[in-house]
Write a protein that binds this ligand. Structure first.
Ligand code: ADP
Ligand code: MG
Length: 861
């Protein structure tokens, strides 16, 4: 530990470095074999790291050993902190303050800690800003090189994207209080609090400069950012933050993808959550109990990430959907060839993150070996795709009976769909492959410092140094033999350790035979250790050669790394194709295993599903067999109102329909016997407040906000799933709201709607709304039990079964009888003789009559 006198200049150095850092970064200050934290940082860090807080004078401090630093840094990142690594940048000299500098700042959205990164998920750093009424969003993942930007016109759209991307870190202009509020309100559990960042960085002028400088281009037209100041501002801010604030190298971000939300089937944040697309709603559910979990049969992490991306961003273009479908179909028809392709893909592993690490300077020789392995697969992968392209879909599509009459099926797409294009993206890299094969040993060590990663015969200078090392070691071995003979000590050994270097070891029993020229160095339990000038001279030569060899190997590694980076764009393009092939393969594998069908898709406004199953439930259901169900929605049958008792299967049926529609738009096949799913523009899903248990803070207000959002944004091409809407308030309130919401969807919007409700009274709507159809879930009473048949059948129910369910559950008969009486009384007194709700004032009732075209029907008959 440094003495009191030395602390002052060092502390001055510490304070200067700390002053220049962002305020929310913890400074890890290298002191010999430790990283130390002082003052506030120590007070913050010690409990997070679970290390002892000590004091030197009045200064609180704590430290972590240098060699185990990564694990500790990971804990700080996970707790949401930024960590500034301050290293000694010169060899320490006695009596002088060693020069120190912050070499990089790690943050939750910009790090390479494998322990914190989910293999199947991007780790995005996002920037958000607002220009007039438009939101700009950009997100970068240093580990994969993904860099994307978009402009969004509404807060809902912005929140939808954030829900989908789930950034590990979000920055926004610090002066924008409304944005701060919006982002703060959005943050579901687990997401980092958004942090303000210098406003001027988000200004289009600054951003354009930053972007042009990064991409080395004169204009940004090529990125589509020319007239998109909000997106450009966000993208520029991401780069500025990475390079200036975090002092990181952003070379991994080789291209920027600007996307339009309108190119995709829109799913807002609530729908993504309610449908459990990316993860289950309930925190205690198994992680795989979601759509992604049910579909993820990718064989590489990058394929899994792509699948996540596709599921959360389904397509809105028939041509693009059909290209994916065709590829899936080819995989299914040539399952042998597809198996071979998947086996090869598995060997590629995470090519994206491998190249990401290499480009960010955090890679090691293992990454070069992994890259070599991936490159070696490429020719065979290309050939495997080419072989699959030869496959002609056998009989074409089965002509569905579900096709509405007159709507001709679309012209057949190119038989192999996406495959030729993806194959075209996969370059072969013969020179790079050859270079890595010659340069890197079969199984290189993790640490770069110890050398041993470059093959013999690759570099003559290295070979020479290694020969010197070997000769030196041979010489030492010969010396040992010579000394044994000369001294007559058969057990004499020459050994090496990092403290003394080479030494001669003699056991206690033989100490009297030690020659006088041996210099005693250390006494150990059963003997002594000696050195000789001759041995030390050779040691110098060996260690010198070793040191130079390690340095040379490091130089060779850096040269190889740069050669790889020279091919980065082509490598990324290949990785992109492999990720897509893997995701398509996962679709095919799931379709094969669970007997999915290829949905027919067109523009006819139909949603017809025969024997559809819930993709997640059918894989997890243990005791019961999943009962398939039909759904028929189209322009003539726009709204399906599903009634039935609790636990009958209403929610399952309507969510399953939404999931099948979503899946169809990703290009996946769907769990059904037959399906016609025409193009949608959005899917909305809402769950009544009292049913939405997972969100602790859920209130009727949330339910109504979400409903308002639907009524304001749904179109005739949308699919709306309403589950027990209105349930979060009193019966008559809820019933009236549900009633008028359904009317509005029917008369004004025309969206295809599935409405599950326990308000059996709503079935009356069918008589007034021609495009509304009643369904109920069949239930049979059998001895003492209710048997749920799980079958959706036409027609409404006329009772809510509540009392019946109570009876079957064993509630005593007198209680049941009394409840029946009360119910009868209630119904009588709540209604006027005409059957109107008493709470409605006369004036309102008259207005209601004026508004309704058909004569007022009995609400409760
Ligand atoms: P409801 O919304 O009518 O109260 P749910 O849709 O929540 O009922 O279904 C209750 C339970 O019934 C589900 O958790 C599931 O286990 C089972 N279930 C629902 N639909 C089916 C089905 N089609 N086949 C088999 N089991 C089903
Ligand atoms: Mg339900």
């Amino acid at each position: 530990m440094a003495s009191e006198a030395q602390i002052t200049p060092m502390m001055a150095q510490y304070r200067r470095i700390k002053r220049e850092l962002p305020r929310d970064a913890l400074l890890l200050f290298r002191l010999g074999d430790f990283y130390e934290m002082f003052f506030e940082d120590a007070l913050t860090g010690a409990p997070v790291l679970n290390v002892a807080l000590t004091r030197r004078g009045a200064t609180p401090m704590c430290g972590i050993p240098f060699h185990a630093a990564n694990a500790y840094i990971g804990r700080l990142l996970q707790a949401g902190w930024k960590v500034a690594i301050c290293d000694q940048v010169e060899e320490p000299r006695k009596g002088q303050l060693v020069k120190r500098e912050v070499t990089q700042i790690l943050s939750p959205g910009a790090h390479f800690d494998e322990r914190l990164l989910a293999a199947e998920q991007n780790n995005f750093l996002a920037a958000v800003c607002q220009r007039s009424k438009t939101y700009g969003l950009a997100a970068a993942d240093l580990t994969t090189g993904d860099f994307l930007a978009a402009e969004l016109d509404t807060p809902e759209a912005l929140l939808g994207e954030l829900e989908r991307l789930r950034p590990a870190e979000i920055i926004f202009p610090s002066a924008d209080a409304s944005l701060e509020q919006l982002l703060g309100a959005a943050g579901p559990a687990g997401r980092r609090t958004p942090a303000g960042y210098e406003d001027w960085v988000f200004a289009p002028e600054t951003a354009l400069y930053t972007l042009r400088d990064h991409f080395q281009v004169a204009a940004l037209d090529g990125f589509g950012l020319k007239d998109r100041p909000a997106a450009a501002g966000a993208a520029g801010a991401v780069l500025h933050y990475l390079t200036q604030h975090l002092r990181r190298d952003a070379a991994a971000l080789t291209r920027l993808r600007l996307y339009q939300r309108g190119e995709f089937l829109l799913l807002d944040a609530a729908t993504l959550r309610h449908l459990e697309v990316l993860e289950p709603l309930r925190a205690d559910a198994p992680r795989a109990a979601c759509l992604f979990g049910a579909l993820n049969r990718a064989v590489t992490p990058m394929g899994a990430r792509r699948l996540r991306d596709w599921l959360s961003q389904p397509l809105a273009s028939l041509a693009l959907i059909r290209r994916r479908q065709a590829a899936v179909q080819v995989f299914l028809e040539a399952s042998g060839r597809h198996e071979e392709l998947r086996a090869r893909l598995a060997g590629v592993r995470d090519l994206e993150r491998t190249t990401g690490r290499l480009s960010a300077g955090s890679g090691n020789a293992r990454d070069l070996a992994a890259l070599r392995l991936a490159l070696e697969q490429l020719p065979a992968l290309r050939a495997a795709v080419a072989a699959l392209e030869e496959v002609r879909p056998a009989a074409g599509l089965r002509e569905g009976e579900l096709l509405p009459a007159g709507s001709a099926s679309a012209p057949p797409p190119e038989p192999a769909g996406l495959l030729p294009e993806l194959r075209g993206q996969i370059a072969e890299f013969p020179e790079l492959t050859d270079l890595l094969q010659r340069a890197i040993v079969e199984d290189p060590p993790l640490a770069l410092k110890e050398g041993g990663l470059v093959r013999d015969g690759f570099d003559p200078a290295l070979d020479e140094l290694r020969a010197a090392m070997r000769d030196g070691k041979d010489w030492v071995a010969r010396l040992q033999q010579r000394e044994i003979e000369r001294t007559g000590i058969p057990s004499l050994k020459i050994r090496f350790n990092s403290v003394f270097g080479y030494y001669l070891e003699v056991t206690r029993a033989n100490l009297d035979k030690v020659p006088p020229e041996y210099l005693r160095k250390q006494t150990i339990a059963n003997g002594e250790r000696f050195i000789t000038p001759e041995l030390k001279e050779m040691e110098g030569k060996i260690l010198g050669a070793e040191e130079r060899a390690v340095k040379l190997e490091h130089e060779i590694f850096q040269r190889l790394r740069e050669t790889v980076l020279g091919r980065l764009p082509a490598l990324r393009l290949a990785a992109d194709a492999l990720a897509q092939l893997d995701a398509l393969g996962a679709f095919a594998e799931t379709a094969r295993r669970f007997d999915y069908c290829r949905p027919e898709m067109g523009d006819g406004g139909a949603l017809h599903i025969r024997d559809g199953r819930h993709p997640v439930l059918e894989q997890t259901l243990a005791e019961e067999r999943f009962v398939p169900n039909d759904v028929q929605l189209d322009r003539a049958a726009q709204i399906a109102l599903i009634t039935g008792p609790n636990m009958a299967g209403k929610s399952t049926c309507i969510r399953q329909t939404a999931l099948l529609a979503l899946l169809a738009h990703t290009g996946s096949f769907v769990p059904a016997r037959e399906a016609r799913i025409d193009l949608l523009d959005r899917i909305f899903t809402r769950i009544g407040a009292s049913d939405d248990l997972a969100r602790g803070q859920s209130t009727f207000m949330v339910e109504m906000c979400e409903t308002a959002n639907i009524l304001n944004h749904a179109t005739a091409r949308s699919l709306v799933i309403l589950d027990e809407i209105g349930r979060g308030t009193s019966t008559f309130d809820g019933l009236s709201l549900a009633w008028s919401i359904v009317e509005h969807l029917h008369n004004q919007i025309g969206a295809k709607t599935l409405f599950a409700t326990h308000y059996h009274e709503l079935t009356e709507l069918a008589a007034r709304l021609p495009r509304l159809k009643n369904y109920h879930v069949a239930v049979r009473e059998w001895r003492d039990q209710i048997v749920f048949l799980r079958k959706i059948v036409e027609g409404g129910t006329d009772k809510s079964y509540g009392i019946q369910v109570a009876r079957l559950a064993g509630v005593p008969r007198p209680v049941i009888e009394r409840a029946k009486q009360i119910l009868a009384n209630l119904e009588e007194s709540e209604l006027t003789p005409e059957g109107d709700v008493r709470h409605a004032r006369r004036r309102d009732r008259e207005r209601l009559r004026e508004l309704t075209p058909t004569p007022q029907m009995d609400l409760f008959s």
